[in-house]
Design a protein around this ligand. Structure first.
Ligand code: GRF
Length: 205
């Protein structure tokens, strides 16, 4: 933050699954790599997301959307927005969140929503490029290098300004799973670094 606000920056983390990036962000805060910030709430569009249980076990505030509100895009983003505002979130971090964000949320957090994607964007991004599909596409294309990207979320899927990237070699005997694992390790490092660099240069009032 560049103003005189002394409070911690409040982060809202959106997840859909195991939440390993969420865990990495939490650790980064605990270990002082991500400073003057706190995870104010973890929201999942799936009640049974492993990461949601983990967050609740840590004593973090958690919200699991009901099946009905998770399914309908209009209900979903209104429900999420309501919770993010309730917890007075400054920045929204998508961490393995598998739904497209609508203008309902985007307009409420302009330049304040970040995502991590498991490829070197703009390559292998866009609608449908999620999780395993990304790594399969990288291998099918015969790439020698992949990686991960932290970017701002806009109305263009995976198309917002790039805030950080880490390159990861593709090995000759890689499968989608081995590549995913190596990229995921890089993600855990990159996300906290990129968040740290970004949130403390944007003013929060
Ligand atoms: C990560 O590879 C992330 O880049 C992608 O989905 C995966 C989620 O992993 N968006 P996790 O839930 O953080 O473990």
């Amino acid at each position: 933050m560049t103003d005189s606000v002394s409070r911690k920056v409040r982060l809202g983390v959106l997840i859909s699954g195991r939440g390993s990036n969420l865990i990495a962000l939490h650790k980064a805060i605990q270990h002082g790599k991500l400073t003057n910030a706190e995870i104010s709430v973890v929201v999942s569009n799936r009640m049974d997301a492993k990461g949601l249980k983990w967050a609740s076990d840590q004593g973090l505030n958690t919200v699991g959307l009901s099946e009905e509100s998770a399914r309908k895009p209009s209900l979903r983003d209104h429900a999420i927005l309501e919770r993010l505002l309730h917890y007075k979130v400054d920045f929204v971090l998508l961490a393995g969140y598998d739904r497209i964000i609508s203008s309902t949320l985007l307009d409420a957090f302009p330049g304040r929503m970040l995502n991590i994607h498991p490829s070197l964007l703009p390559a292998f991004g866009g609608p449908g490029m999620l999780g395993r599909a990304v790594h399969e596409a990288v291998l099918a294309a015969g790439e020698q290098e992949s990686g991960c990207t932290v970017h701002l979320v806009t109305d263009i899927v995976d198309g917002g300004a790039i805030l950080g990237q880490t390159r990861v070699s593709v090995l000759a005997n890689d499968t989608a799973d081995t590549l995913a694992e190596r990229v995921l390790n890089a993600e855990h490092q990159l996300y906290a670094e990129a968040v740290q660099n970004y949130i403390h240069r944007v003013t929060v009032s």
